[in-house]
Design a protein around this ligand. Structure first.
Ligand code: GLY
Length: 324
């Protein structure tokens, strides 16, 4: 989901980062599709937020006002207007909020296209090499893996939820990233087409171009247990059937799970290491790894290639968590 105005509705630096990254997406996707010749699956079809409780309407009204001040279009909806946008909705709603400029992208499609584009530009993948330690090696940086050592002028530590498991020589501790489990359902949808991301207080729905529907997501502290559970699947099934009664006719294609890289504050951890010169962190993106990908790519590449330190790095610096 490319939804900074929802994910960071409280404002602050995360909203600024998300909005800036969203604005980069058209060019980012065009570049990757041109390099990879893979169609990513990206659309700015908007997001529809549905109030299932009366008090949610006050939150929508304040979001609408805040968005207007930022110049971001949104539309407050009566229950009838929300139904006109999404006829699959239950009758049991109090109203809605439409944000027409948010959107969605296929995360597997984007990942595949990025791998392809990188390889066409000369990148080599070593999928079996598990990085265990990063250290100085003269003027260079060395990565010890369980399949030998790799040396480079610059290294980016971008290991998602597993970032804290790579030992960084001279750091005061591990980068403070913890796994936050998210379970999702993938449904074969048989009702009328769901036109855009639809959200209520209990779940979100992402309609894929192939006509299937993704339902997310749990937010769980379960360590590195990358498994779906009966409780997680039940929670999502109940939530989607409650929001879209037609969901009871859908087929259950799969239950999926991922580990989000949570940081102690809501901000990602992007910037140079103080412990190992030449090492840069790009991790801790929590719920917004895909949304923040183009901005993160620019921040990291500009710093490494051109020595340019963007103002955004002031709020994402790893130094806020000690000598890293
Ligand atoms: N980006 C949505 C989630 O993490 O569930």
């Amino acid at each position: 989901m490319l939804a900074p105005y929802t994910e960071a509705a409280e404002g602050g630096p995360l909203l600024a980062l998300g909005a800036r990254s969203l604005a980069l997406f058209d060019a980012f996707v065009n570049g990757i599709e041109a390099d990879s010749r893979v169609a990513v699956g990206y659309e700015r079809s908007g997001t529809l937020h549905v109030a299932r409780a009366e008090q949610t309407l006050a939150h929508f009204a304040s979001m609408h006002e805040g968005l207007a001040q930022l110049g971001v279009p949104s539309e407050l909806l009566s229950p009838a207007a929300a139904h006109a946008y999404e006829p699959n909705l239950t009758a049991d709603i109090f109203g809605g909020l439409l944000l027409p400029t948010q959107g969605l992208i296929s995360a597997p499609g984007l990942t595949q296209a990025m791998v392809d584009a990188a390889q066409r530009r000369g990148a080599m993948l070593r999928p079996q090499a598990n990085a265990t330690r990063i250290r100085r090696s003269g003027a260079r940086v060395a990565i010890d893996t369980d399949h030998g050592t790799i040396e480079a002028d610059a290294v980016v530590l971008a290991c998602g939820a597993w970032s804290g498991q790579v030992d960084v020589e001279g750091a005061s501790g591990a980068v403070p990233v913890r796994p936050v489990r998210g379970q999702l359902l993938h449904l074969g949808w048989h009702g009328p087409h769901v036109a855009r991301i639809t959200w209520d207080e209990h779940c979100y729905l992402v309609p894929w171009r192939d006509g299937t529907l993704l339902v997310g997501a749990t937010v769980e502290d379960a360590g590195f247990e990358e498994q779906t559970t009966v409780a997680g699947v039940r929670q999502l099934l109940e939530a989607v059937c409650d929001l879209l009664p037609n969901a009871s006719r859908a087929t259950l294609l799969s239950a999926r799970v991922g580990l989000r890289p949570g940081s102690p504050d809501p901000l990602p951890i992007i910037g140079w290491s103080e412990a190992v010169p030449g090492l840069m962190y790009a991790t801790g993106h929590y719920r917004n790894g895909v949304l923040l990908a183009p901005l993160t790519a620019h921040l990291v590449a500009d710093a490494i290639v051109d020595g340019r330190i963007d103002d955004a790095l002031a709020v994402t610096s790893p130094a806020r968590f000690g000598l890293l």
